[in-house]
Design a binder for this molecule. Structure first.
Ligand code: FMN
Length: 205
């Protein structure tokens, strides 16, 4: 699909076809494509938990405002943002360092990321969420490109979900994303209101 069409036609779909699956290979492809997203220092502080199992999705739905799309969609992805992903010792941090940097860059790298993201809880939280937000958007566009539909969700009990699925403390869950095919004959309405250019531009220097 033309990228412009993907931008304008993607919708957060509320009703999924439970009979129509998403192949593992397609799911793998959209996650790998999402990984092409930019991230600060290329730190990629994102992880994904894949839900396909009916019982697990039921348990997730119970903690997510009872949203039916969680059990209807064949796949629900829980995106995780690593609040420690900027610091020395973190596995992804160390992998990035060993694959792309030289030993003499280490001190600079540790100090640079710390000065941006290690100064407060808010800065580490923002680090995790902004990067995962970009990953999430790429993932939804990659899914649209394969003819799939998605629905991002914030409506869940964050701490309850973390506890129920044993998610380590360093992760924040920025959103869940349902992935699948729209229910047959679902009427997909045109895009809802968007701010105009003038409304979006707060200042122009
Ligand atoms: C971070 C995020 C969280 C959202 N959470 C929910 C949710 O929990 N339940 C829901 O029905 N829609 C949720 N939405 C969907 C939005 O309502 C939807 O994207 C918005 O109305 C624009 O519609 P569109 O995506 O179809 O263009 C969420 C969207 C985003 C980006």
């Amino acid at each position: 699909m033309e990228f412009n069409n993907i931008l304008t036609s993607r919708r957060a779909i509320n009703f999924f076809d439970p009979e129509k699956d998403v192949e593992d290979a397609t799911l793998r492809q959209i996650i790998e494509e999402a990984a092409m997203s930019p991230s600060s220092f290329n730190l990629q502080p994102w992880k994904v938990v894949i839900f396909r199992d009916a019982e697990k999705k039921k348990a997730l739905r119970a903690l997510a405002w009872d949203q039916p799309k969680i059990t209807e969609a064949p796949v629900v992805l829980m995106l995780l943002g690593d609040r420690d992903g900027w610091q020395e010792g973190n596995r992804t941090f160390e992998t990035l360092f060993s694959k792309t940097m030289l030993p003499e860059q280490r001190e600079w790298f540790i100090n640079a990321t710390k000065s941006l993201y290690g100064t407060s809880e808010l800065s580490s939280q923002a680090f995790a969420n902004k990067n995962v937000g970009l990953f999430a958007m790429s993932l939804m566009y990659a899914a649209s490109d394969k003819g799939l539909h998605t629905h991002p969700m914030d409506g869940f009990d964050h701490d309850g979900v973390k506890k129920a699925f044993d998610i380590p403390a360093n992760y924040w869950i920025p959103m869940l994303i349902a992935v699948g095919h729209a229910k047959p004959d679902l009427e997909i309405h045109p895009k809802a209101w968007r701010q105009s250019f003038e409304e979006m531009v707060l200042k122009a220097y």
